[in-house]
Design a protein around this ligand. Structure first.
Ligand code: GDG
Length: 463
């Protein structure tokens, strides 16, 4: 069996999986590496004065990781620059926040070349290479230039934006062309896949075939939609663990009979946090009878503090939370508990379970795993209600049971909160069951199998 070489910006070793704010990748990919063997390659998170290509190998819980240090300038231009000030906002439809600087583009290419140079010698003839996310678009091309003939796949964890937005990026065409170095490219949803097909066809002149193959200048890539899931079994177990039970009990006690609404998000403008606060404010304003009957717990561990727009969102949210609490709080009640720190996974599961409503309202999100985790953590006898943005990738799968809303409309959000609070047990059960069917079937194992099987199938392969 082929080994798997996974490459991503950061390597999340399994020992880290129970602490702090975690991206959605760690659990899924460690499991894949345990099954196939191989290496997880990426940036160590450390800087060095002078990049020398030194690789640090480690083995934890059955997973081998190989990491390199990068220079300060790399971080400024590649990570804080092109990845998080150019691509992240653009791919989340925020061209108002996207910064187009040649220095960022240059640094991004340089770091991808550094990755290619250092990982190339680790790749053996039969290995299958699977590259993750927007930090690494050109890496496949870099490896091909260095003679790598292996099967190579790429998975994008964020949306692929509509072509009219993508075309604001000066090097849009070059970036999109890098996708043709791969044998398989994957997106979470049909919508992101179609946006890529559209760009490939209209802007690159590629041909989109009915079987999912896209052909450009003699290169064929299979483009698929493969929505990522959660490790449902593990999460349900976690939600029943002693830690989760304790967290549940403590939340219930501190709620003193009030209904809790919960939001859990990295502090990121794509997650629609200000809009969420505004929607909740509208709810309080329109429904005086509900005040003091509910409260909103927003957990938002800070992320990407080195980027200005992230510092700004923090200030905005503090202002909004202060304003709303100032306007409505009483001696025995605070409408918003706004917390800027992360919690261990099991504790989070208990908190999800204690919430009558899960409020997941991104303005745009590749998938959104919190929506799935909230559902999986619920009490099967008395589940809560998921209110979900129609612009989250997860809406494609969870529309069967979630209350879908447009997060830009505070009125829709306010109405949905009332609907959630008043929803009877029978309807909650029906909706929850429908979502659980999907979450349990299309879980993270299903996702990685769907991708790796496509990558290893006979119909694809390097020429
Ligand atoms: C990207 C895409 C896509 C959050 N706070 C705490 C904590 N978290 C965990 C959640 C969840 C994860 O972080 C966040 O995953 P999301 O999917 O919601 O969002 P991104 O980080 O933006 O991830 C996204 C994902 O990649 C996977 O492809 O779904 O669309 O943007 O698992 O639970 N975890 C702990 N404590 C916290 O306080 N332990």
């Amino acid at each position: 069996m082929s080994r798997l070489i996974i490459i991503s910006n950061r390597v999340s070793a399994p020992k880290d999986s129970n602490s702090g704010a975690q991206g959605g990748l760690a659990v899924a990919l460690s499991a894949a590496l345990r099954e196939y063997g191989g290496i997880w390659f990426g940036w160590s998170g450390e800087t060095t004065d002078h990049f020398d290509g030194h690789i640090n190998f480690q083995r934890n819980a059955g997973v081998t990781s190989a990491t390199i240090d990068l220079e300060e300038q790399d971080l400024d231009e590649y990570y804080n620059g092109y990845a998080n000030r150019t691509l992240w906002p653009l791919f989340h439809y925020r061209i108002d926040l996207a910064e187009y600087e040649r220095g960022f583009a240059g640094g991004y290419q340089r770091v991808n070349d550094r990755f290619a140079d250092t990982v190339r010698p680790l790749i053996e003839e039969d290995d299958v290479v699977w590259i993750q996310d927007y930090h690494m678009f050109p890496l496949g091309q870099g490896l091909r230039k260095r003679g790598c003939k292996n099967r190579m796949g790429f998975f994008l964890h964020i949306p692929w934006p509509p072509r009219r937005l993508l075309n604001t990026l000066p090097e849009a065409a070059e970036l999109a062309k890098t996708m043709f170095a791969y044998d398989v490219v994957g997106f979470h949803t049909q919508e992101w896949l179609e946006s890529f097909q559209d760009f490939a066809e209209k802007d690159l002149g590629a041909t989109v075939h009915d079987d999912g193959m896209i052909e450009l200048e003699g290169r064929k890539v299979l483009a698929i939609a493969a929505p990522i899931g959660i490790d449902a079994k593990e999460f349900i177990e976690g939600a029943n663990s002693p830690t989760a039970r304790l967290a549940y009990r403590q939340m219930k006690d501190s709620a003193v009979g009030r209904d809790m609404i919960v939001g859990v998000d990295r502090l990121d403008y794509s997650k629609g946090l200000d809009e969420r606060f505004l929607g909740y404010e509208r709810f309080l304003e329109r429904h005086p009878e509900e005040r003091k009957e509910v409260f909103l717990l927003q957990i938002a561990p800070p992320s990407r503090g080195g980027v200005e727009s992230y510092q700004k969102i923090r200030t905005t949210l503090e202002g909004l939370a202060g304003r709303i609490n100032g306007a409505y709080a009483d001696v025995d009640w605070v409408p918003i508990r706004y917390v800027n720190q992360g919690y261990p996974r099991d504790q989070l599961a208990g908190i999800y379970r204690a919430a009558r409503i899960g409020l997941v309202t991104p303005l745009r999100d590749g998938m959104n795993l919190v929506a799935k985790e909230y559902v999986a953590a619920q009490d099967p006898e008395d589940p809560g209600v998921l209110i979900l943005s129609r612009f989250a990738g997860a809406a494609e799968q969870l529309k069967v049971g979630a209350v879908l809303i447009n997060p830009y409309s505070s009125e829709e959000m306010a109405d949905a909160i009332v609907q959630g609070l008043r929803m009877g047990r029978e309807e909650r059960l029906k909706r929850w069951r429908a979502m659980m069917d999907n979450i349990e079937t299309e879980d993270v194992i299903w996702w990685r199998k769907r991708f790796t099987e496509a990558l290893m199938s006979e119909t694809v392969g390097a020429d």
